[in-house]
Design a protein around this ligand. Sequence first.
Ligand code: PLP
Length: 231
Amino acid sequence: MSTIASNLQAVRAEITSSAALAGRPDDAVHLLAVSKTFPASQLREAYQAGQISFAESYLQEALNKISDTADLPIEWHFIGPVQSNKTRLIAEHFDWVHSVDRLKIAERLSAQRPACFPGLQLCVQVNISGEATKSGVSPCEVSELAHAIVKLPNITLRGLMAVPAPSDEMPVQRAAFQRVRQLYDQLNREGLKLDTLSMGMSHDFRAAIAEGATMVRVGSAIFGNRIYNKG
Ligand SMILES: *Cc1c(COP(=O)(O)O)cnc(C)c1O
């Protein structure tokens, strides 16, 4: 078995055991393979090992891989910062966008989503740890933004996404994810019909699942360590 296939198997087993530990069903957590910086050949390897959903952060790199794997029925997720001048290509090439934190971006994605496509699946990114440099809307503003986005055509608001400040301590990880979960519950009480909590990466997906994550975004635990060569 290839390294990627055996890593995938190990990550899936940990997802299953974390879900069981939290009393959640086996299929409660969807795995996204975060393939940024890795070549299309490695995505193919993961696909052959049963992985269908992939996530990318850098648009140009992603577009190259989407075209290189056009023969595969991959579900594409965009999880990087979205600039206004990138919305058209994102609306035309992705199934999901997890990293929306401004109404203007959601409006552009909505207007630029081709009419013959299914609605673009959206998550609002929340800046849960209050870091000034991080993207994401502040927790106090998430409700207003979500209620505005849900009215847009060609878009389906699915839930919230967060990247908490990194920590090695499970209780610290869980506390941050719990705050995201509470915001999500509050939005559903306000009448939004959200079903997606996109949270948890290689180092903290176990804590995220314990707090209710329905999608985890795992890169290095599947593909190995990333080498960035961006200037
Ligand atoms: C890179 C990235 C991930 C995956 O991180 P790993 O630590 O490699 O699992 C998940 N989410 C976002 C938003 C990312 O940018």
